[in-house]
Design a protein around this ligand. Structure first.
Ligand SMILES: Nc1nc2c(c(=O)[nH]1)N[C@H]1C(S)=C(S)[C@@H](COP(=O)(O)O)O[C@H]1N2
Ligand SMILES: [Mo]
Length: 307
């Protein structure tokens, strides 16, 4: 039996109206069951061989337990506040050390790539984890289109900075907005690294980084920057938001590593979000379980410093 989402059985306008009435009358925000569903679009994609053992995180958990500080620092806040974000039209400025710089509409980017489902483990540096069926395309396809010059060694990413639609920006004025992240070029070109446009068979809910976010499954979740508007190829290692805030806690590489504890907590195990009341912690895997694919990227590097 196929489960229909609320938005599939209820016309959008009707749905929105009803929500406003509910919100207005009861003085509450978005109910967690409905969060992020108003703009959901079914996507066309192919299945892939990327799967993991174990259960996929229930969708309700993955779309209501978020980190997206542009909409507040509470886990439940992005689902409550991100719906006002305008994600259409959307464009991405691609520049720096590339032969084809330019500002590309999201539709143009999507025209030339094929979407596939990737079921990945996702491990936050805070020691919780999920298993998410992302839908996206290889970042390498986009970078190849931009055609890096011989000087390009890193890729820098930037999130939208639109305080009118992102109340968390105003609530945390000392946070170094916009959120920025970066990868080494070979990490960015790795086949596991994707740009996601959807999850659970539909377009991304805003709170999960609509309309376009990075997913790097062997690194801590904060590397997977959301709602990207700018990609710059650089010669030097670019700054990253969490490293700027606390460089003794969050490094540039931040590969998942159960043997290197965070200065304030162990990274040896993790709590699967949404797995139920009696589910226990599970061991964290080196490179989040993707070591066979990615360990060689770090040959000769001291992984103990590579937090
Ligand atoms: N722009 C932006 N991207 C971000 C964050 C953020 O606060 N702002 N949080 C990061 C962190 S800490 C994690 S764990 C993941 C959470 O992704 P999810 O909410 O889709 O699970 O997004 C990452 N990307
Ligand atoms: Mo995170």
């Amino acid at each position: 039996m196929t489960k229909l989402t609320y938005s599939q059985v209820t016309p959008k306008a009707d749905f929105l109206n009803r929500r406003q009435i509910i919100a207005g009358a009861a003085g509450i925000g978005v109910s967690s069951l409905l969060a992020g569903q108003a703009n959901a679009k079914t996507l066309e994609f192919t299945k892939s061989d990327y799967k993991v053992e174990g259960d996929i995180t229930p969708k309700d958990a993955a779309i209501t337990y978020n980190n997206f500080y542009e909409f507040g620092t509470g886990k439940d806040q992005p689902a409550r506040y991100a719906e006002i974000l305008t994600t259409d039209p959307w464009s991405v400025e691609i520049g720096g050390e590339v032969n084809n710089p330019g500002t590309y509409g999201l539709e143009d980017i999507l025209k030339d790539v094929s979407l596939e489902e990737r079921i990945y483990r996702f491990r936050c540096v805070e020691a919780w984890s999920m298993v998410v069926p992302w839908i996206g395309f290889k970042l390498s396809d986009l970078i190849a289109k931009a055609d890096p010059t011989g000087n390009a060694k890193y890729v820098a990413f930037e999130t939208l900075n639109r305080p009118e639609e992102m109340p968390g920006i105003g609530w945390a004025p000392s946070f170094p907005w916009p959120y920025v992240e970066g990868l080494r070029l070979d990490e960015a070109m790795h086949p596991l690294t994707i740009m996601a446009t959807g999850m659970y068979g539909e377009s991304l809910p805003n709170q999960n980084g609509a309309p376009l976010r990075l997913v790097v499954p062997w690194k801590y979740g904060f590397k997977s920057i959301k709602s990207i508007v700018k990609i710059t190829l650089t010669e030097e290692e670019p700054p990253t938001t969490w490293n700027r805030i606390a460089d003794n806690e969050y490094g540039f590489y931040s590969n998942v590593n159960p043997e290197v504890d965070h200065p304030r907590w162990s990274q040896a195990s993790e709590r699967p979000v949404g797995a139920g009341l009696f589910a226990g912690r599970i061991p964290t895997l080196m490179f989040n379980g993707y070591g066979d694919e990615v360990a060689s990227l770090y040959d000769g590097m001291d992984l103990r410093k590579n937090f």
